[in-house]
Ligand binder design. Structure first.
Ligand code: TMP
Ligand code: ASP
Length: 238
């Protein structure tokens, strides 16, 4: 039985604990939700359980497609066992459709199809508002090696191939998503989580928002939408 030993890190929506095995950690998905770099926060019933199960489902699909992830297994409704990674302080984003910050930055209309999909990187720093950075910044400041950036980029696009199809088959459009990577024994591995907190998903027909934009924009029915997405994918939340 793997159990938590010490709290290592408490983020805005998850807490990370050490275990008696130094190679593994436990991620606890809490009901907390936040947006705008922690400026808007709330507690949403069932969120920890829904995101834990959602993340497990997606990570297993990605592993099956040959993408290395830190995910090992669910330990409870809200806890997962993961490999301990040395995280890069970088967020990798692929956008298939314009939404969110790219609309503000570049003055493009929400909903514009991006062909080919575009790729952006952000420095993980709430105090600075997660500024966009390029590969030269990352190199000059030593946040990651060129090799790590190239691998992270190619894995992020491979994730797009797998997940665009998965969501499309469930009647959903994968608008954009954010991934974080870390090193484990010399290999770059997908870490953190994949859930409707860190991506945008729209209903293919109606373009209804089914992701964290419902919280950011005060649209209501946040977890109901996450569960609807999960239900369409065949995830069992009971
Ligand atoms: P953005 O449009 O705000 O730049 O976000 C792009 C995608 O990345 C969107 O699906 C939300 C996700 N994201 C996070 O999950 N956390 C973050 O800190 C940021 C900046 C984006
Ligand atoms: N997760 C980040 C925050 O809590 C960014 C966001 O999702 O808007 O502020």
């Amino acid at each position: 039985m793997t159990t938590r030993t010490e709290l290592l890190y408490s983020g805005k929506a998850k807490s990370v604990y050490s275990t008696d095995n130094p190679d593994y950690m436990i991620m606890l998905f809490r009901n907390d939700t936040s947006a705008f770099d922690g400026k808007k926060v709330d507690q949403l019933d069932r969120k920890g359980m829904v995101n834990n199960k959602f993340n497990a489902f997606i990570m297993e699909k990605l592993e099956a497609a040959g993408i290395p992830t830190h995910f090992e297994k669910c330990l409870s409704d809200t806890e997962s066992l993961v490999k301990r990674l040395d995280m890069l302080p970088i967020e990798c984003v692929v956008r298939n459709v314009a939404a969110g910050s790219i609309c503000r930055r570049l003055g493009v209309e929400e909903g514009l199809t991006l062909n080919p999909p575009t790729f952006e990187m952000f420095l993980k720093d709430d105090a600075l508002g997660d500024p966009m950075v390029n590969e030269y910044h990352i190199d000059s400041f030593g946040w990651a090696t060129r090799d790590q950036v190239e691998t992270a980029k190619s894995l992020t696009f491979r994730v797009n191939d797998v997940l665009k199809k998965l969501f499309d088959d469930a009647g959903l459009l994968l608008v954009d998503y954010k991934l974080e990577f870390g090193m484990s024994k010399g290999q770059l591995v997908l870490g953190d989580e994949f859930s409707p907190d860190g991506c945008r998903l729209w209903d293919k027909e109606t373009r209804k928002k089914m992701d964290k934009d419902r919280f950011r924009q005060g649209l209501g029915g946040v977890i109901e939408s996450y569960e609807e997405v999960g239900r369409r994918l065949g995830i069992n939340f009971d």
